[in-house]
Design a protein around this ligand. Structure first.
Ligand SMILES: [Zn+2]
Length: 304
């Protein structure tokens, strides 16, 4: 997910603002891919620390302002999904401690996808906690070489050893919690959507950790040297995800827009749960992303 998705999400929240913007000035453009401004989105504000909080059941947020890191705490140790940027590292560790958990009890480190903003901190977390890195094939190789091998090809990260390689449908189980990995190639070759069920106040919630499904805006779809079959892979991913059962709660990797109206309510433990719109969120995100993607394919094809 990129700043584009973020700004679109913001617009949905503020249609009046959008109309005003459209009527007065040209819309601010997304920074050019790999420009200093583009990279600067992910450090600075996106990586700013956030007080950790419980999302639902045994799922906690230990990420930054707009880059997620989710802790799943169990009696037999913990699972962390995404380490975020290196800049976030101290805040992630501090967040785990502030919740009363020990970083050294993190057993498994998972990822949504191998892009620097989600895995740059992997090596640091691995060293600090001793956790095993678990990764989907396609991204496992990227994690171990430290290079972004996806269609995007952005900056890399410190290489990290992968202890376990997954394929579609594999799961990670610890202390009564099972996370199922859905291989969703497109944004990266090993992009992974994690699904689990948690108990909270006497009810069960089916939770999905969503990840971006399509290559970043501006990334070539045809003849992309790093991901040659990215169009077919992405289309297969959409088919697969649309066939999935809709979750109760959808969590995302760049949550600022999602948290704008809900973070304080989650901190207060409000029920019904403020994010209990998972079925709609799932369906809408897939429909919007697929529509955008097919439009890109047609546009790019017409320029060939
Ligand atoms: Zn990404």
């Amino acid at each position: 997910m990129t700043a584009l998705h973020l700004s679109l999400a913001r617009w949905r929240l503020a249609p009046v603002t959008l109309m005003l913007m459209l009527s007065t000035v040209a819309i601010a453009e997304e920074p050019r891919l790999f420009s200093r401004e583009w990279y600067a989105q992910f450090t600075g504000d996106f990586s700013r620390p956030v007080q950790p909080f419980r999302v639902v059941g045994n799922i906690y947020y230990v990420g930054a302002e707009n880059i997620a890191s989710y802790l799943i705490a169990t009696p037999q140790g913990h699972i962390l999904i995404d380490s975020g940027t290196a800049e976030m590292h101290d805040a992630v560790i501090g967040g785990i401690e502030a919740l009363g958990y020990k970083p050294s009890d993190v057993r498994f480190l998972l990822a949504s996808h191998a892009h620097f903003d989600h895995v740059e901190g992997h090596a640091l977390i691995q060293r600090r906690t001793g956790a095993q890195v678990v990764a989907m094939r396609g991204d496992a190789e990227a994690l171990e070489t430290g290079h972004d091998t996806s269609a995007l090809g952005a900056m890399g990260w410190e290489p990290v050893r992968v202890s376990r390689r997954l394929t579609d449908g594999d799961s990670v189980t610890l202390g009564g919690t099972t996370l199922r990995a859905i291989h969703a190639p497109g944004h990266t070759q090993g992009a992974t959507i994690w699904r689990t069920t948690v108990e909270d106040g006497g009810r069960r919630y089916d939770v999905a950790f969503f990840t971006t499904t399509t290559p970043n805006p501006g990334v070539p779809l045809f003849d992309n040297p790093r991901h040659k079959n990215v169009i077919d892979d992405t289309r297969r991913t959409f088919r697969k995800l649309k066939a999935e059962r809709e979750p109760d709660i959808v969590l995302v990797g760049h949550p600022q827009a999602m948290f704008a109206q809900t973070m304080e309510r989650m901190r207060r433990g409000e029920r019904p749960h403020p994010l209990l719109n998972g079925a709609t969120a799932w369906t809408r995100q897939l429909a919007t992303a697929e529509e955008d993607f097919e439009r890109r394919v047609i546009q790019e094809q017409s320029r060939r």
